[in-house]
Ligand binder design. Structure first.
Ligand code: IMP
Ligand code: MG
Length: 183
């Protein structure tokens, strides 16, 4: 049977191998939730999920955090599709409430070059939150400099194109309960 079994036929492109199965993801996400629970002093904590890729991770992560949290989202896209990314972002949606006096935790699916996060962290930093940190599920290790705010990290990922658990290839595969390599 191919990696991922029946799921493998759901995205129109063959899965090469399962990199993180559902149990491994669940275990690590629960650990991250405990780390976050311990890390924050009292005070409002707002988790901002970066859409769309972060939606599954965020949904599991918030349920592993045992302190009060608020949840919102941020939607951005890179300028100039097809061109070399400059890191310039167009923000399509951001939390309508002020981040002032809140601890902000940006929740990202995967860091590749690190450009997306660096630009988004800048957007939030300008609004002067009480603190700013980043929780990323995966880091490919290709970013020359990780943003200093990356404080919680799930896994060091292989340099492969990964799908599932929110991650897409051409908008497919986001619903897989595991993460696989599509080559
Ligand atoms: P960066 O700005 O180069 O770090 O790219 C990060 C963004 O690219 C992530 O938020 C994902 O949306 C997307 N991305 C990077 N690598 C992958 C991958 O392996 N699978 C799916 N999406 C990816
Ligand atoms: Mg994507």
């Amino acid at each position: 049977m191919s990696p991922g079994g029946e799921w493998a036929r759901t995205g129109g492109r063959p899965l090469q191998r399962v990199v993180y199965d559902a149990e491994t993801l669940g275990r690590r996400v629960r650990e991250l939730g405990q780390e976050i629970t311990r890390a924050y002093p009292d005070g409002p904590l707002l988790l901002i999920g970066l859409l769309k890729g972060g939606f599954v991770f965020l949904a599991d992560l918030v349920r592993a955090i045992e302190r009060p949290v608020q949840v919102d989202f941020l939607i951005a896209r890179s300028y100039g599709a097809g061109k070399v990314s400059s890191g310039a972002l167009e923000v399509l949606y951001r939390p309508p409430i002020s981040v002032l006096d809140k601890h902000i935790l940006l929740v990202e699916d995967i860091i590749d070059s690190g450009r997306t996060l660096a630009a988004l962290a800048e957007v939030i930093r300008e609004e002067q939150p009480r603190s700013l940190a980043i929780c990323a599920l995966l880091n490919k290790g290709l970013a020359p400099v990780l943003p200093a705010e990356v404080r919680f990290l799930g896994f060091q990922a292989p340099d492969a194109f990964l799908v599932g658990y929110g991650l897409d290839y051409a908008e497919e595969f986001r619903h897989l309960p595991f993460i696989a390599d599509v080559g």
